[in-house]
Ligand binder design. Structure first.
Ligand code: FE
Length: 378
């Protein structure tokens, strides 16, 4: 049975319909202005009463939440976790791994692969490390870090069921050209992160994406613009940002937005196990983490992922930069779908998957619709 949401302000990702309706089954059947609406008696009709509708959010960088971590390598738990993410407005997700032993990474990839077979939210996997630099380790455990190599990547992509779509690595760690070629040929986006690469090294690499801009990388200096400067300067490079107000100050978020514009910024949560849990002791990559005042930190004080929800990232980017909701939608959904070739996702257009978020007046998630199925939150 088709469902129709009426009287909604619809942000399609391309334009805005002030008062519109959207009709869908598992995919979107119609999106139009209320002026063209004709009631279909067989439909289930939901009156949005002027609430806003945006495309489902796509999180390409998150380690976990709700007491669960992708490194637990448990497909059932991953499914429990993604279901809870619907309350944040997330409808597509790249489970993200940590720098760990080969054995633990392989277990995790195999676990995610099982989940991906039946879980429609899993649209790829983000491998964060172990091919990263100890000099920019952040909360990645140093003892497992090493240079990237094509054979390992090939083996891991096979274990993952071919689901690897994004890899965070340090391109300055020796000759990684075979590795880069393998990734490009297999649709795996190369992202510089936990890296001290210089602008020149990056221009010589095949990097097209930067992991959590400003965090865990060579920053912007007037004689060496580093990873951060590369991300800001190069128009075709996508940059992730953790917009929780702690990883990057609101002023720096605004500076990045003013420099780069909304078309190549990706909001991410980089969330860890402690998201959605009572604050206190937690864990990341086998290390003790303390969550306090919405910040997750290792014993040494380093930030260890976040407890940010995606809807809060969406609200924060509006607040910190003064951008429009249309631009926030680009950064939460449209850009991700375009970059990763998720051709059925990211916008509210006829024929695409019915992945929809209904937001109330204060931009809280009221309902999330995944493949046409409605999940209600308040
Ligand atoms: Fe990281």
């Amino acid at each position: 049975m088709a469902k129709t949401i009426i009287n909604a302000k619809i942000y399609t990702g391309e334009d805005t319909i002030e008062s519109g309706y959207i009709r869908f089954e598992d995919t979107i059947l119609e999106v139009n202005s209320m002026a063209d609406y004709q009631e279909n008696p067989a439909d289930e009709t939901i009156d949005a009463n002027g609430q806003s509708i945006v495309p489902g959010f796509i999180d390409v960088h998150s380690h976990g939440g709700y007491g669960i971590d992708n490194m637990d390598a448990n497909p059932e738990l991953i499914n429990v976790m993604t279901k809870k993410m619907l309350a944040e407005g997330i409808t597509s997700y790249f489970p993200t791994t940590m720098t760990q032993s080969d054995e633990n990474i392989e277990k995790s990839l195999a676990g995610i692969a099982v989940s991906a077979e039946s879980n429609p939210m899993i649209q790829g996997i983000h491998l964060e490390g172990p091919f990263v630099s100890p000099a920019y380790k952040g909360a990645q455990p140093e003892q497992f870090m090493r240079k990237a190599d094509a054979e390992t990547m090939k083996r891991w992509n096979e274990i993952s069921g071919g689901n690897l779509r994004l890899v965070t690595y340090a391109p300055e760690m020796g000759d990684v050209s075979d590795f880069e070629t393998y990734c490009v040929e297999n649709n795996i986006v190369l992202s510089a992160g936990h890296s001290g690469a210089t602008y020149e090294q990056l221009m010589d690499s095949k990097v097209s994406h930067v992991t959590h801009l400003f965090n865990g990388q060579l920053g912007l200096h007037h004689r060496e613009i580093g990873v951060a400067g590369f991300a800001l300067l190069e128009d075709d490079v996508y940059a992730e940002m953790i917009v929780d107000g702690f990883h990057i100050t609101p002023a720096m978020v605004k500076l990045a937005y003013k420099t780069k514009g909304a078309d190549n910024i990706l909001l991410i949560t980089d969330s860890m196990r402690g998201k959605g849990q009572t604050e206190g002791e937690s864990e990341l990559g086998g290390q003790k983490v303390f969550v306090k005042d919405k910040q997750a930190r290792l014993e040494n004080g380093a930030l260890a992922g976040s407890v940010l929800t995606f809807i809060d990232a969406f609200k924060n980017i509006l607040e910190f930069t003064g951008c429009s909701i249309e631009e926030a939608v680009k950064m939460s959904s449209v850009n991700q779908a375009r970059e990763f070739g998720l051709t059925n996702k990211g916008q509210l257009k006829v024929g695409l998957d019915a992945d929809i978020v209904i937001l109330d007046e204060t931009l809280n998630v009221h309902k999330t619709i995944l493949g046409g199925k409605i999940h209600e939150f308040k």
